[in-house]
Design a protein around this ligand. Structure first.
Ligand code: MG
Length: 388
């Protein structure tokens, strides 16, 4: 594999830190060109020094001085603000852009990187949820690839490597079921933030961990899979698989199913996206089948986890509706993390916001930004009614 020059947008988050751990194990194969962070200035400084980044961006301009003072003596270029992220992600000396920011805020820089023809290692699933047709259309137009980092989508992508171009008739998207899989609806209704943040299998950031507890994460992933693999959502089936050993499966018309398995560790799909099509060594745990004993599967319970049903509803409606849903979810998850609302209020707020949204059937990028702003405002108003 030839050396690759990497930009990590969101390097101080969970995915960003795990990506740097992958790079740490293969310093001869990867060069860190650009690191960006929203607020975590001290970790950004530490990372830039360790990996001898060429440039960094701190989005929060109030932290610029601190980062610049620490890094400029080491000849690392320091910039501030989202505009700089978009400009630098498009620069000539970058091969792959890992989009590891949280939420809708990742859309602008992802679009900028695609327009510059960069290969996208996509971890920021909200980008495809909010603007899937636009983002995939731009990737086709600019002749670049979007490689999945999300473990399920990486699994599907890996399964398809063995298909020689044959189209699957179905995708089986596995879900751990989150921490409340075996709880009843009444107990779930009073869960605390701390309980919801305890994911049984995956080590992830706060937003995606709450999304996993509500199963909205799986809803977002159904929409992500639709766009990545050009698959009708009706052919994307969610199956709860608590061991999280099978990371997803594809089924072909002869009934054959190909699955991808591994110990749940995000570094594996991150590394595959960065090294694709090569495979590299990784110091993760390997599967020991004799000790696994059994793998179990269940249908998802959309009564207990209504967010999953809302996601199917949003993508069936299409247009800007997934963007509305995503914005409402961001507002509601933030409020839940601030202890302002209860667990089921999250899906309540999303449902109410979707019901009151202005529908746009074929949104362009401006419509998407407008929809997001309007849905954030609307969800904020609805939130006030739910707040305790
Ligand atoms: Mg996932």
């Amino acid at each position: 594999m030839e050396k690759r020059r990497i930009a990590i947008l969101g390097s101080t988050g969970s995915i960003g830190r795990q990506a740097l751990d992958v790079i740490r194990q293969h310093r001869d194969l990867f060069e860190v060109e650009l690191l960006t962070a929203n607020n975590s200035s001290s970790l950004l400084i530490e990372q830039a020094l360790e990996f001898e980044a060429n440039s960094v961006v701190i989005c929060n301009e109030a932290r610029y001085r601190e980062v610049a003072d620490a890094l400029q003596p080491h000849y690392i270029k320091v910039f501030a603000g989202m505009k700089s992220v978009c400009e630098l992600a498009a620069s000539d000396d970058i091969d792959i852009v890992l989009t590891a920011m949280v939420g809708f805020s990742g859309l602008e820089s992802t679009v900028a990187a695609i327009r510059a023809g960069k290969i996208i290692a996509l971890a920021n699933k909200e980008t495809l949820v909010a603007a899937g047709s636009i983002v995939t259309g731009l990737a086709r137009q600019y002749g670049t690839a979007i490689l999945p980092v999300d473990s399920e989508h990486s699994a599907i992508f890996q399964c398809l490597q063995g298909a020689c171009g044959a189209r699957p008739v179905k995708i089986h998207l596995t879900a751990s079921g989150g921490p409340f899989r075996t709880w009843n609806r009444e107990s779930i209704s009073s869960v605390t933030k701390k309980e919801a943040l305890c994911h049984p299998k995956w080590n992830m950031g706060q937003k995606v961990t709450i999304d996993s507890a509500t199963m909205m994460n799986k809803g977002l992933e159904v929409i992500e899979a639709k766009w990545l693999f050009d698959m009708d959502p009706g052919k994307i089936e969610v199956v709860v698989h608590p061991q999280s050993v099978i990371h997803s499966m594809v089924e072909f018309e002869d009934g054959a199913v190909i699955a991808q398995l591994g110990h749940p560790d995000m570094r594996e799909p991150i590394q595959y996206a960065l090294s694709y099509p090569s495979r590299l060594s990784l110091d993760n745990m390997k599967l020991d089948f004799a000790r696994l004993h059994e793998l179990t599967f269940y249908a998802p319970d959309t009564e207990k986890f209504p967010a999953l049903g809302l996601a199917y509803e949003a993508i069936a409606k299409g247009g800007n509706m997934p963007c509305v849903m995503n914005a409402a979810n961001e507002v509601a998850v933030k409020a839940f993390l601030e202890d302002r609302i209860g667990f089921y209020d999250i899906s309540g707020i999303i449902s109410d916001t979707m019901a009151g949204a202005d529908f746009v059937k074929e949104p362009d990028l401006d419509d998407i930004f407008g929809t997001n702003t309007a849905a954030l405002r609307k969800a904020g108003e609805i939130l006030d009614k739910y707040s305790r």
